[in-house]
Design a binder for this molecule. Structure first.
Ligand code: ADP
Ligand code: ZN
Length: 305
């Protein structure tokens, strides 16, 4: 099938065309300005490629809960031009095809679950540590939404006794995003993360916070693997530090085959940074499946197969 994928980000919109096998044929990037300016460009791209369904992985907060009044909307985002914008409705109307919709990080999680390191695992989490921190939760074979979607990037943490930095998050002084995102590193240490590679203390503190979060994610979601992505995780030296801290904090409390080898439990993302786009292709496929099911049930044909 010819499927569209949209990774909708706060600074750029990555539009791609590919198929249900996760193959990506073409992609373009459009700056995120306003719906009036940006939507027509994206619609033109997808129309030109004559896609049969679209999957959207979107910056949030959003409402991905089907059957609620504002399903398909970008909701309380600080990006004011997009606040309370019905992005799914706009694409459905313009393209006339099924549209799948979820958070950007849930799309990455779905990409890993379908094509990457979480393939075959029914429960897993994907954490992206970049400009913000987001967590996608795949639980019992599907993405977790609950009343909206988890906001586990704002998990509250115990501050390191020597850390006097007030935190970057305007809502919480001591959440993971506030203490460990790329902008938090930059503000605390006075330089971008990429320029601090050799500063051991930077990454020890970073690992201290990420490991705390990971242990708590294990406690609440019992994921069979934790995948860490995003710009900050390009600092590969973080992985052994995080695993070491994790082991210390877990203190042998949970005993499972998965936790026996942390090198396989806490891992970098796979798919060469394509997990988001590939996950959007899978979201498009899920939307196709849902439409077929709905039509089959409506016409009664489903049971005559
Ligand atoms: P976004 O979150 O905006 O989609 P990224 O995941 O690339 O994009 O995150 C950007 C953040 O990650 C910035 O704060 C940047 O300083 C930081 N970052 C990017 N590359 C690196 C790196 N190699 N080492 C440390 N930090 C990095
Ligand atoms: Zn926060």
């Amino acid at each position: 099938m010819k499927l569209g994928a949209l990774e909708a980000g706060g600074t750029k919109m990555v539009c791609a065309v590919g198929n249900e096998h996760g193959q990506v044929w073409e992609r373009i990037s459009i700056p995120t300005v306003s719906p009036e300016e940006t939507m027509p460009q994206m619609i033109a791209f997808f129309k030109e490629h004559d896609i049969e369904a679209l999957g959207v992985g979107c910056f949030g907060p959003i409402n991905p809960v089907k059957g609620t009044a504002t399903y398909g909307y970008i909701t309380s985002t600080p990006k004011l031009a997009w606040q309370n914008y019905n992005i799914v409705g706009a694409f459905e109307e313009a393209l006339g095809c099924p549209v799948g919709f979820d958070t950007d990080v849930n799309a990455s999680m779905l990409g890993e679950a379908t094509f990457g390191l979480a393939k075959g695992l029914d429960t897993c989490i994907y954490v992206t540590i970049g400009t913000g921190v987001g967590v996608g939760v795949y639980a019992n074979g599907g993405l977790l939404h609950g009343m909206m979607h988890p906001e586990a990037g704002h998990l509250l943490l115990q501050r390191h006794p020597s850390d006097t930095y007030e935190g970057k998050c305007p809502f919480h002084g001591n959440c993971l995003e506030g203490l460990a995102s790329g902008p938090a590193i930059e503000e605390r240490w006075g330089a971008k993360g990429a320029e601090l590679t050799k500063r051991q203390e930077v990454w020890e503190l970073e690992a201290y916070y990420i490991a705390q979060a990971c242990v708590n994610y294990t406690f609440v979601y019992a994921p069979k693997r934790i995948i860490l992505g995003g710009g900050v995780m390009h600092q590969e030296q973080l992985f052994p530090m995080i695993r070491q801290q994790y082991e210390k904090l877990m203190a042998g409390y949970m005993v499972t085959p998965e936790l026996e080898n942390l090198n396989r439990y806490i891992v970098p993302c796979s798919l060469n940074d394509n997990q988001g786009v590939m996950g959007c292709l899978e979201l498009a496929m899920e939307a196709v499946g849902e439409r077929l099911l709905a039509e089959g049930l409506r016409t009664g044909k489903l049971f005559n197969l």
